[in-house]
Design a protein around this ligand. Structure first.
Ligand code: DNO
Length: 344
């Protein structure tokens, strides 16, 4: 496995020099952030990230994310222009040495939590999802802005998007995804890039918008659409693991054997009556079998990228929710420790 760490670029309060000091760190996971969704990334911006990584002795081999324009997910006639731009980005990133691109196919909203700073018994804070905090809320009328959501949408734009999605059910979303994959995967193959779709987080519909990258049956369906290695997965334990039907250890065993997992997001969560809470990465902090996950990856000689996903806020750190330095560094080293033990 190759250890990696998400870094939001120059604006990130976490310094890249500090990331370098985490034992066994290999690659940053980053993106060009100052370009609108759907546009082409400049070679200068891509190479600048690469240089910043290499200057401290790291690599830049993973992009998270090249976001997919809503017109592609909606299947609008304008999608071809955005798909052409997407392909151009894949080519440019491949040329710059990027080996893996993470993206998602969630309509409108990315990951959803209801609170960012839930205080735990030990005084740390973390992200949580409580059903009762979501109930009765309407993103179109309430002045709500949940973490992970693209806050650049104005209410009017959101209304328009929701109206357009009224015509997109799950099957339509599948066919729009198929159209997209059939266009981009051959380009990725040529560029030496592995595409790694991120599961929907949480893996169920939010506010009536369809979500399809949610469980084993659908992952099987996804992988068959273009049945080559380059069409692969970001396996996020914390996203898929919050649906109790998803046996993440067994699924990871299966998909890593098939060489279809290119990127692992390791995060633990704890089931509570009303939803779930994010915890430290450690086995006993939450409900997921993190050791079991690493065991099957090790057994299957997983040589893709792993990053510690969301950390808690600890030791007085303030910063981007889920993406501080300290707890993610603890998570990385927890993963390192288990991996070393398995090696030996
Ligand atoms: C949340 C992340 C997601 C992820 C995207 C991938 O912390 O895991 O925002 O980056 O869904 O496109």
């Amino acid at each position: 496995m190759k250890m990696s760490f998400r870094w939001y670029g120059k604006e990130d309060p976490v310094k890249i020099e500090y990331i370098r000091q985490i034992p066994n760190m290999y690659s940053i996971v980053s993106a060009v952030y100052d370009v609108k969704v759907g546009e082409v990334w400049s070679n200068e911006s891509i190479n600048e990230i690469k240089k910043m990584a290499e200057d401290v002795g790291l690599t830049f081999e993973v992009v998270e994310s090249v976001p997919v324009h809503e017109d592609i997910k909606l299947g609008l006639p304008t999608r071809d222009k955005y798909i052409a731009n997407y392909c151009e980005n894949i080519k440019r990133l491949g040329k710059a040495g990027v080996k893996c691109i993470c993206y998602n196919f969630m309509p409108v909203f990315d990951w959803t939590r209801t609170q960012l700073d839930k205080i735990a018994e030990d005084g740390s804070t973390s992200l949580v999802y409580y059903e009762n905090q979501l109930k009765g809320k309407n993103p179109l009328s309430d002045d709500m802005n949940l973490p992970g959501w693209d806050s650049s949408y104005k209410k009017e734009e959101l209304k328009e998007l929701f109206a357009q999605y009224a015509k997109v059910d799950e099957e339509k979303l599948w066919s729009n995804l198929e159209y997209f994959l059939k266009a981009i995967i051959p380009v990725a193959k040529k560029a030496g890039v592995k595409m790694a779709i991120h599961p929907d987080d949480p893996p169920w519909p939010i506010f009536g918008l369809p979500r399809i990258i949610t469980d084993e049956k659908n992952l099987d369906r996804f992988l068959k659409i273009v049945d080559v290695e380059e069409n692969g997965l970001t396996f996020c334990t914390g996203s898929l693991g919050v649906a109790q039907k998803n046996d993440v250890v067994r699924m990871i065993d299966k998909y890593s054997k098939q060489k279809r997992i290119h990127f692992m997001h390791i995060r633990n969560i704890k089931f509570v009556e009303n939803g779930f809470e994010e915890t430290a990465h450690n086995q006993h902090a939450g409900s997921l079998d993190i050791v079991g996950v690493l065991k099957v990856l090790h057994k299957n000689k997983f040589d893709g990228y792993i990053r510690p996903d969301h950390g808690r806020m600890i030791w007085g750190e303030t910063g981007k929710p889920g993406y501080g330095l300290y707890d993610r560094a603890l998570g990385a080293n927890y993963i390192n420790g288990i991996w070393d033990a398995l090696d030996n």
